[in-house]
Design a protein around this ligand. Sequence first.
Ligand SMILES: NC(=O)c1ccc[n+]([C@@H]2O[C@H](COP(=O)([O-])OP(=O)(O)OC[C@H]3O[C@@H](n4cnc5c(N)ncnc54)[C@H](O)[C@@H]3O)[C@@H](O)[C@H]2O)c1
Length: 262
Amino acid sequence: MILKGKKGIIFGALNEKSIAWKAAQAAVREGAQIVLTNTAMALRFGTIDALAKECEAPVIVADATSVADLEALVDGAMEHFGGKFDFVLHSVGMSPNIRKNIPYEKINYDFMSKTFDISAISFHKLLRVLYEKDALNAEGSVLALTYIAADRAVSGYSDMADAKALLQSVTRNFGTIYGRYNGVRVNTISQSPTMTSAGEGIAGMDKMFEYADKLSPLGNADAEDCADYIVTLFSDYTRKVTMQNLYHDGGFSSMVCTPEIL
Ligand SMILES: NC(=O)c1ccc[n+]([C@@H]2O[C@H](COP(=O)([O-])OP(=O)(O)OC[C@H]3O[C@@H](n4cnc5c(N)ncnc54)[C@H](O)[C@@H]3O)[C@@H](O)[C@H]2O)c1
């Protein structure tokens, strides 16, 4: 029970494939109390109510791009918990360009702005609201999910690659401020390709998934593996880890080639 007595908010559980869904289950298994959040649309089309019941967690609707929604969410969580809390998982991403199969070289810039707002700037907004409301206990932990396409070219990942690069930069820059303020850690986990609604929306995901699985000495990390890693980063065992992009990918990021794929 490495999260006994800890409290936090989990963004992004849409359905049982979601990384955030598994993270919510793992956090509760480890003794945490949680608040769940997602957009009104996700609540309508997803199955978060079942997770809320299982985790005995309230669901507070928030669009991560809206500062007003984030303020209401953080106020609601503090009211629910009776004060400050310890961790937040930002498991949020969406690209209208990818949704509409628009190739990178022909990108729609209004959609690109939307991609950045949802997938990266929302993390800055979230950190700012948490910081201004002084909502996190000392040595708390804030995590976002990213992908190796932020660091190396991966065809098909389009403007999400640029959004993830921005997300990782926000992590470093806000991590400096929050760490000095009260020891709050801010990190990203760079996860293997994972079969979720967001993952399956990427063109060529099936082949990419297989390729990564073969190249990685440990094979791809799935959503449950990711959830187990997430709870370690919310725990007191990782108090000095901050401003890092942490690969959780079975070794993929350190490989170039292997007989399995030659
Ligand atoms: N699936 C993969 O292969 C993979 C790999 C590496 C990183 N990631 C990242 O993991 C995170 C979670 O994705 P997932 O794979 O679990 O897919 P998912 O589709 O289950 O989760 C994405 C979530 O983002 C939410 N979201 C979208 N727009 C939002 C907004 N405006 N406000 C609040 N929430 C919003 C969706 O409702 C959904 O719950 C994302 O950041 C994704 O980029 C996924």
